[in-house]
Design a protein around this ligand. Structure first.
Ligand SMILES: Cc1cc2nc3c(=O)[nH]c(=O)nc-3n(C[C@H](O)[C@H](O)[C@H](O)COP(=O)(O)OP(=O)(O)OC[C@H]3O[C@@H](n4cnc5c(N)ncnc54)[C@H](O)[C@@H]3O)c2cc1C
Length: 382
């Protein structure tokens, strides 16, 4: 393990590993510190909805073709339970082969690390960072590796640990939990993703392989009940809640849950330190924006760092420029996601009617629909 590196990335999850790969051909010595001892085991079992814009980033890094388990999303069907309004966003109307893709977190993680092994980037597994302090001209990183404490220094510490512990942050609890599972259905998925808003919160079905990845939002009590149900009872409850757009639900596997929050750092940067990905912001999964935003963080930081001089690397000026460059995309993603949750997760009759009209209007006004689609696919700069 090098005592000093130009750039140290704390956390080798998909966002940290993407940044490392994007910097692999830069003039900088890059080191990744990853808490997991075994890099072949991903930190989470999770399904990710990648936007088409994220595919372009992964293609430029040369890893897109290495992913096997990829299901294209050709259409997105948005509806509200109990009303008529429906909006349908179609890839062919946007002139794209797909609006996005459903991929497996573990596979993406493993393909990124495989690609990193062929570069000069040093990845230190089993290295848990415990503190980062600032000195004039560099950051000092404290870590534990196999029970041994160590200290490293760097011009730029990039925190991509998924949590960004220690930073001052804004947190909003939605009072909802998300239940995740894989389901199969009577009708084939045909590459269609469903987003259905209900008074309890949104339910999403993302096409994955022959079935769907389910994200069912509800109160913590209801999610606990749903987790405890026998399979057949759960499948009936899902059918009653979601309706029959995909026919009956046939099988369910891998039920798990997590609490939904919006959390973001008040300040992304201090001298010689910056936060990206989930460490910078954790979003409600309603529109599948979180990971895509994190990838754009990594990409933009790499672009800025690649071309800067040695004296500029890690300086507060440089990092403030990075922070300013991310402000519009980040704020817009937080606002868009939060608005969707607040606007749609209640049974107020006036709002319900308004939402139904809104979905119909979106369907009838192609320019408005196109704008929403571009926003979801490419971020605020789409
Ligand atoms: C259940 C769930 C479902 C989601 N579904 C979607 C979705 O459908 N679409 C979407 O776009 N986004 C989704 N997200 C969000 C998405 O998972 C995150 O945006 C993504 O994982 C962020 O990647 P990351 O690399 O920033 O962080 P993480 O994936 O959390 O990776 C962080 C890495 O840092 C390492 N680490 C942690 N602490 C330390 C430390 N102290 N020292 C060293 N290393 C450390 C961890 O081992 C891990 O490898 C979901 C999130 C959750 C919780």
């Amino acid at each position: 393990m090098r005592e000093h590196s130009d750039i140290i990335i704390v956390g080798g999850g998909p966002v940290g590993a993407t940044l490392a790969l994007a910097l692999a051909d830069s003039p900088w010595q890059v080191q990744v510190l990853e808490a997991r001892a075994d890099l072949s085991r991903a930190a989470y079992r999770r399904t990710l909805a990648l936007s088409y814009g994220s595919r372009l980033i992964l293609e430029r890094l040369g890893i897109w073709s290495g992913l096997q388990d990829v299901t294209p999303i050709k259409d997105i069907h948005v509806s509200q339970r109990g009303t008529l309004g429906v909006s349908r966003i179609r890839a062919n109307e946007e002139g794209l082969p797909a609006l996005g893709y459903v991929v497996d977190y573990a596979e993406l993680d493993s393909v990124l690390h495989e690609a990193l092994r062929a570069t000069a980037v040093e990845v230190s597994a089993g290295s848990r960072v415990t503190a980062i302090a600032h000195n004039t001209g560099y950051a000092r990183i404290e870590l534990e590796q196999a029970g041994v404490k160590r200290q490293l220094t760097t011009r730029l510490a990039v925190v991509a640990d998924g949590g960004g512990n220690g930073a001052e942050r804004v947190t909003r609890e939605y009072g909802q939990h998300a239940l995740l599972a894989s389901v199969t259905t009577e009708l084939p998925n045909q590459g269609c993703a469903y987003e259905r808003f209900t008074a309890d919160g949104p339910v999403a079905l993302l096409p994955q392989g022959d079935g769907f990845a389910l994200v069912w939002t509800a109160t913590p009590e209801r999610v606990a009940e749903l987790l405890a149900m026998p399979d057949d009872e759960f499948l009936q409850a899902l059918y009653a809640h979601f309706g029959d757009r995909v026919g009956r639900f046939l099988t369910v596997a891998g039920r798990s849950s997590f609490p939904l929050i919006l959390r973001y750092a008040k300040k992304l940067v201090t001298a010689h330190q910056v936060m990206i990905g989930n460490a910078a912001q954790t979003l409600h999964p309603v529109a599948g924006q979180g990971f895509n935003l994190g990838l754009r963080d990594a990409w933009e930081l790499a672009e800025m760092v690649r071309d800067c001089g040695r004296e500029t690397l890690g300086s507060l000026d440089m990092l403030k420029r990075y922070q300013a460059s991310r402000r519009v995309d980040t704020s817009a993603s937080i606002f868009f996601t939060d608005l969707l949750v607040r606007l749609f997760s209640n049974a107020h009759p006036v709002l319900q009617h308004g939402r139904s009209l809104g979905l119909m209007a979106l369907q009838l006004l192609p320019p408005a629909k196109h704008m929403v689609a571009r926003r979801m696919i490419f971020g605020a700069r789409g």
